[in-house]
Design a protein around this ligand. Sequence first.
Ligand code: NAD
Ligand code: MLT
Length: 525
Amino acid sequence: MIRVLVADNISNDGIDILRRSTEVDVKLKLKPAELISIIGDYDALLVRSQTKVTTEVISAGTKLQIIGRAGVGVDNIDIEEATRRGIVVVNAPSGNTISAAEHSIALMFALARNIPQANASLKAGEWRRREFTGNEVRNKTLGIIGLGSVGAEVAKRARGLEMKLIAYDPLISIDRASKLQVELMPLEQLLREADFITLHVPLIESTRGLIGDKELKLVKPTVRIINCARGGLIDESALIKAIKEKRVGGAAIDVFPKEPITESALFDSDNIIVTPHLGASTTEAQTLVATDVATQIVDFFKGQPVKHPVNAPLISTETLAILKPFLNAASVIGRLASQLTEGQMSSIQIKYEGELANYDTNSLKAAALEGILGEISDERINVVNANLVTARRGISVVEQKEATCKNYSSLITIELTTSTGVTTVAGTVMRDELHIVRVNSYWFDMVPTGGYFLFSDHRDCPGLISAVSKVTGDADVNISSMHVGRLKPRGQALMILVLDEPLLEEQLKQILAIPDVYSAKLVKL
Ligand code: NAD
Ligand code: MLT
């Protein structure tokens, strides 16, 4: 049974989905050491933003195959380490978009009308109206930094409030911005023109400290800044200083560089409103993100494509249905080529001919590499880390595609180059069944149903097959079927004996001693 650890508080709707097909443990508020000590028992981990999925956690998760993030930001997960170890990371990028946008708008109004301060004052027994006089947002300029999912939803809502919209986002097309009726401009210009600034960028190296002392020197003294994206985007000390010096009117902060946090210099300023990372905290958003991620985890263990992979290529259900039988084929062809080859591997060529060439072959490549390298390493290799693993080993991987194929509708050919030469194996799928059709220069047709295979290269001459089968017979090894490919009559030939039992080294030596036998290799598929 698949075991899933839910380490942060997620909606029961998501947990119910998981419970239908997996064993779920919900263990909240685990200390890092506690998480590390138990993670080895689980196949999947599901978190929100509180649990830090560090290198140490991932290394201890020896069975982990997938990490789900019920939300959009994955800055609490060491994606690089997960990728290195072939662990798929999925998130739920859209479920909380509206809630985050609405919270940003709510904070903008809270700032414009001093709502939290007035609330606290009245409850403290004061009736102060003049001090809490605010501003309308109508006709004010809203500067949106990051016009992605949340930024765009903020724009749509602010348009209804009759605000002028400007944005800074170097990765958004002018066309998209104009559809949202937003004027794109450089950051400096936005900082100078905006009455309200709202941040909606991820926390990455290039955005850390995006709004610091220098930027705060450009803004209007009345500007109000909202950060519902990530702590760390604004230099907090620079912000507090600018507010104290009346160079910034106020700020609303939902996110902090370290969370949870209950003490901060930000909390001392009357002009700074804070909420404890509530952007996505609505019943609607939590149901959506939890069910989204839970469904992806269930799909993943069913071998179905996941909807929002963070570190794996996206593959559609339709493409997967077509490629599925070829995934097994690529893996078996790789396994066979790897066992037939000798010497130090330097390069791998994977060729797709025919119909297959029209598809995204990333997953086929990963399956082939898993087949090839799985024979010589116990490292987990999959679509997530296949490129990394081969690059680290200094093995070059080349893919080739040809839309036409002479005798088959699709053909996968793997060619391994080693210090001793080149090994080529090709196969196809017919009626959902793998057919190995080529080994080096020999063409034949074999359906490998598993078990042991003796590959023997010899000169095609009478009596040779019976000489080899005498060795297997004497060793009480049963032959279930035989395939032969030859270059020409009485020329060089390849014999494949499918065996019910393995042959010992000693029997292989006896076969090699038969005159006209050039090679004898036992393969297990
Ligand atoms: P998104 O990926 O859809 O959008 C991010 C946008 O930022 C993209 O358009 C990108 O082009 C832009 N961008 C990247 N680097 C930039 C830079 N240096 N300058 C300007 N723009 C840049 O992400 P999203 O779903 O809109 O989420 C935005 C942020 O909000 C994320 O950090 C996310 O984690 C956070 N978030 C917080 C909450 C919350 O509870 N407070 C909820 C949801 C999302
Ligand atoms: C997110 O990145 O999705 C948000 O920060 C929401 C959250 O996890 O609380």
